[in-house]
Design a protein around this ligand. Structure first.
Ligand code: SRM
Ligand code: SF4
Length: 517
């Protein structure tokens, strides 16, 4: 009886997880590779494989997407070469994307190659484990950690440690594979809120408490089709050490353990952690976290150290290490091919110390370029493609995957977004930064609500036909006074979008038509 009652409270995904934990497919991957994707149980194929970062793509059956984990966006030339080799073997079908969580996804991947790919990734200290579905996603931090002149806390080791805890050093950790829903964690060490603290389930932001530098903690931020919520203060402060890891573990446990009793596992639409916080109120939520931790949390510091507008890191910037600069390269809508990946790795080795950083703006940074080598670096041919000074709208364009690979998509995003931005850059003089975020459906992976202008894919009726369209958001702010943007206009057909954006840029963003003489 009890079992039956409980079962009725579980949504479809929860039932699948109760039958078999997502992570269990780790032990079957060689078998899956041998039998081929068409012979795999549907739930394993479409759901559980995501626990290993393997995404079946209904749009391109048999060609999988592999989502990695790149904590703090830090990788190096060796890792980049391995990623390039993986996609290279798939020819025109192999490519990669930099994601809005400072991460990389590989495309065109065949299941029969996965065991070998996993061995190659492991050999260079990479993993794709627990990067999809009801897991903690890529852990984000400032892309200039350790090199930023204004830096307060270098978060790289903390984020690596946190990933190791959550994933059991990349081997998989059943303690954290049955969350009620996806989960985002970010740790900021700089002053510009590079991590979008407001849209993470847990965000740590630098704050001084009695003269000691640590973090204030925010919880519950998220975007979804159903609802968007800005993260709220937990009224807690932690020092910059293992207490961060312990607190994350405790919050994840509270969320996991109470998911069923509090009804979070009944509806996928009401399962993100903010629903638990709403239900309990932040005081009870905090008390439960303390109970789980087995100790009291220090109260939050009265102010935090986020004092700057969000940087995009493009161009040449002096590092805190005397004599060195980091250079931010613009990767149009984050899309990469094997050739460009190999070339990036080469440039990082020849001019830098081999490091490469990914940003949430879907770009790359190459650090540690000796100042005397900058001129030669900037003359490299890849910098004609991945520019340091793209035109303003192209520069700040962000886009989710869209219908090229994503079956949720209502529109094509990346190519359309890029074309419109490039054309408007030709037509208009724009002196201020205007961040346009494209997202192909209401899930908002492209963070439409974070854009100065946000465009969310939808279907529109026009001349008796259903055509691709967008809903328009404006006034999203990032950085120190971050706030989510608002929906201002619905159902704009995509073929009517460009003139509308042109007018908006002129009226609200000080753009001026270019003199055509
Ligand atoms: Fe996302 C689902 C792509 C960042 C909210 N997201 C998906 C799926 C997995 C759906 C699917 O199976 O096709 C998309 C895979 C498409 C593909 O083939 O690439 C997808 N999400 C992405 C990426 C790749 C967009 C990008 O082009 O950069 C980003 C990968 C991040 C990563 O490295 O892990 C990505 N997704 C986001 C973000 C932005 C962020 O984290 O700052 C959000 C909003 C923030 C949040 O999660 O609160 C986001 N994705 C969603 C949602 C809505 C979640 C919800 O609570 O309802 C879904 C759908 C779902 O989970 O049911 C989703
Ligand atoms: Fe796919 Fe929608 Fe996310 Fe874009 S916003 S990647 S279309 S789920």
């Amino acid at each position: 009886m009890t079992i039956a009652t409980t079962t009725t409270k579980l949504n479809k995904v929860e039932k699948a997880k109760a039958e078999k934990d997502g992570l269990a497919v780790k032990d079957e991957i060689e078998h899956f590779a041998n039998i081929g994707w068409e012979a795999i149980d549907k739930t394993d194929l479409e759901i559980r494989l995501k626990w290993l970062g393997i995404f079946y793509r209904p749009v391109t059956p048999g060609k999988f997407m592999l989502r990695l984990r790149i904590p703090n966006g830090c990788l190096n030339s060796e890792k980049m070469r391995v990623l390039a080799e993986i996609v290279q073997r798939y020819g025109d079908e192999g490519s990669a994307d930099i994601t809005t969580r400072q991460n990389i996804q590989l495309r065109g991947v065949r299941l029969e190659d996965i065991p070998e790919i996993f061995r190659k990734l492991k050999a260079v200290g990479m993993t794709s484990i627990q990067s999809g579905f009801d897991n903690v996603r890529n852990l984000t931090g400032s892309p200039v950690a350790g090199i930023d002149r204004d830096e307060l806390i270098d978060t790289r080791q903390l984020l690596q440690k946190l990933q190791n805890m959550i994933t059991n050093n990349g081997e998989g950790n059943y303690a954290f594979t049955n969350l009620p829903r996806k989960f985002n964690i970010a740790i900021e060490g700089g002053r510009d809120n590079s991590i979008h603290a407001e849209i993470n389930d847990i965000a740590f932001i630098p704050a001084y408490q009695n003269g000691e530098l640590g973090f204030n903690v925010l919880v519950g931020g998220y975007l979804s089709a159903q609802r968007c919520a800005e993260a709220v203060p937990l009224n807690a402060w932690v020092p910059t050490n293992d207490e961060v890891i312990e607190l994350c573990g405790a919050i994840l446990n509270v969320y996991t353990k109470n998911g069923l009793a509090e009804g979070l596992r009944a509806s996928r639409q009401k399962a993100r952690m903010m629903w638990l916080i709403d239900k309990w109120g932040i005081d009870k939520f905090r008390a439960e976290v303390e109970k789980e931790l087995g100790k009291k949390l220090a109260v939050a510091a009265p102010t935090n150290e986020i004092t700057q507008d969000k940087k995009d890191h493009l161009g040449v910037h002096p590092q805190k290490q005397e004599g060195y600069s980091y250079v931010g390269l613009h990767v149009p809508v984050g899309r990469l091919d094997a050739e460009a990946m190999f070339e990036l790795a080469r440039l990082a080795d020849v001019y830098g110390n081999g490091e490469i950083r990914a940003t949430v703006e879907q770009n790359f940074i190459i650090p540690y370029i000796a100042n005397e080598n900058l001129e030669a670096f900037l003359a490299e041919s890849l910098l004609q493609r991945f520019r340091i000074d793209p035109a303003p709208l192209t520069r700040s364009l962000i886009s989710c995957t869209g219908n090229r690979y994503c079956n949720f998509a209502l529109v094509e995003t990346k190519q359309r977004g890029l074309k419109i931005a490039q054309e408007l850059d030709q037509e208009l003089e724009i002196s201020q930064r205007v961040r346009i975020h494209w997202t192909g459906c209401p899930n908002s992976c492209g963070q439409a609500q974070a854009g100065d202008i946000g465009l969310m894919g939808t279907k529109v009726r026009k001349d008796g036909q259903t055509v691709e369209g967008v809903n328009l958001y404006t006034e999203g702010k990032v950085g120190k006074d971050a706030q989510l943007g608002k929906l201002v206009q619905k159902s704009i057909a995509c073929d009517e979008l460009k003139p509308l954006l042109r007018d908006l840029l002129i009226e609200k963003f000080g753009a001026k038509p270019k003199n055509k003489t």
